[in-house]
Design a protein around this ligand. Structure first.
Ligand SMILES: [Zn+2]
Length: 418
């Protein structure tokens, strides 16, 4: 019997499920005549996350976590084993890897077949589980055999699982979404068209900005895109178009194609032991024409990951061309005609609507920023515009010129570096 207690942070979204599962487990333990698990709430904390951007003005998203101290009770299981993660097969021997926080899964498990080391049966399984012995041995087991290792839903495993739900990038899906859609669309439903789903993601990001599932499950971009995707099934797209509902634009299609080409190139050039776990999982999630509902979180992150990468490339390109640090531009309160390359756009929601933060560089590598509530420009495009210099500010040691009242905005062809 373990007397030590374990500390866990459980996201408020998962807390109800955690409590319910722990109660069930306690009842089971009592029936079996073993010490039941219990927990004590030790505190509350708010975790503020910011979407990475380089001007630091992005709206914070607060997530509430319960801090708990768990007494696992007496586990009905083989002694010495713990749950360390899940392998989800995309195809034979190609696994998306989900590790319990704090546990490390050797990269070799990314490419193992769906076998069970316990009963030695190899058959197609959507998921296999990894358990680790105190002596370091790791076993891969099927869902029916895992009970032998972890007991009747071992307390520790449940708590770890609840943390796992939010900790695993964004990809881990706590709901039985897939089953729900199978009921709705028939058992033949196996996945979403990747390009169409990503176009919804791109359109959602343009409208509301990017929100990960870790930040907010219900309001996440991945879920908004799911809603958009399935709404499409209910309506005739042509009718929606007539009603003025834009599903997505050509720019979204183009961005999605570029992002998919980029990630497929990563997969071709990388391998299970050169890519980091996130990139490996992303490569797999994007490798088919269809994506399972439970992998939409990972897949959705492709768009923001790719746009950050594109931003880095654009910036590097413009900076190496100039090789001088950014200087302030112009006189405050003066209006100028400018030609600027938009190197990134971040949107966020306010009580008054969406605000887009645009970062620009001009030909000389001068850095500009413009907060707009009226227009959202495209990352990677260049524009001619009229704007007033509002102020000069330093951000991360770099000099930035803040623009206001930008107008006469027209897209111009971007000059390739010569
Ligand atoms: Zn088995």
């Amino acid at each position: 019997m373990t007397t030590e207690t374990l500390a866990f942070d459980i996201c408020s979204y998962n807390f109800e499920a955690f409590e319910k599962n722990l109660k069930k487990l306690a009842q089971k333990a009592l029936k079996l005549g073993v010490a039941p698990p219990s927990f004590e709430a030790t505190g509350l904390k708010t975790v503020t996350s910011y979407h990475p951007n380089d001007i630091g003005h992005f709206s914070p998203i607060k997530t509430l976590f319960y801090e708990i101290s768990l007494s696992p009770g007496e586990a009905v299981k083989y002694q010495g084993w713990k749950f360390i993660g899940v392998l989800e097969a995309i195809e034979e021997g190609q696994n998306i890897v989900k590790a319990v926080p704090g546990e490390e899964i050797p990269s070799s498990f990314r490419v193992v077949t769906e076998q069970c080391d316990h009963c030695n049966v190899t058959r197609w399984r959507k998921a296999t589980y990894l358990v680790q012995h105190e002596n370091g041995d790791i076993k891969q087991v099927g869902s029916s055999c895992i009970k032998d290792f972890l007991g009747h839903r071992d307390a520790q495993a449940i708590a770890a699982y609840a943390s796992l739900l939010i900790a695993f990038y964004d990809g881990c899906d706590g709901r039985d979404d897939e089953e729900e859609y199978c009921v709705r669309f028939g058992s033949g439903f196996c996945g979403l068209d990747i390009e169409a789903y990503l176009c919804h993601v791109s359109a959602s990001i343009r409208e509301y900005g990017w929100t990960s599932r870790g930040q907010s499950y219900e309001n996440s971009t991945a879920n908004d895109a799911l809603d958009r995707y399935f709404r499409l099934g209910d309506y005739d797209p042509k009718v929606s178009k007539n009603e003025g509902v834009a599903l997505w634009s050509e720019k979204d299609t183009l961005l999605v194609k570029k992002a998919l080409a980029w990630i497929n190139d990563k997969k071709e050039k990388g391998s299970h032991d050169t890519l980091n776990e996130y990139m490996w999982n992303l490569c797999l999630a994007a490798s088919k024409d269809e994506v399972r509902v439970q992998h939409t979180g990972i897949l959705a992150s492709l768009i923001s990951t790719y746009t950050r990468e594109e931003e880095r490339i654009l910036k590097r390109e413009l900076e190496t061309k100039n090789a001088v640090p950014s200087e302030y531009f112009g006189e405050i309160k003066t209006r100028y005609d400018l030609v600027l390359s938009c190197i990134n756009v971040h949107c966020y929601e306010t009580a008054w609507g969406t605000t887009a933060i645009h970062n620009f560089l001009d030909e000389k590598g001068t850095s500009f920023v413009w907060f707009s509530s009226s227009k959202i420009l495209d990352q990677g495009s260049s524009y001619s515009l009229k704007g007033t210099v509002k102020k000069h500010q330093e951000y991360n040691g770099a000099k930035q010129t803040v623009l206001t009242r930008c107008s006469k905005i027209n897209e111009v062809e971007r000059k390739e570096s010569s």
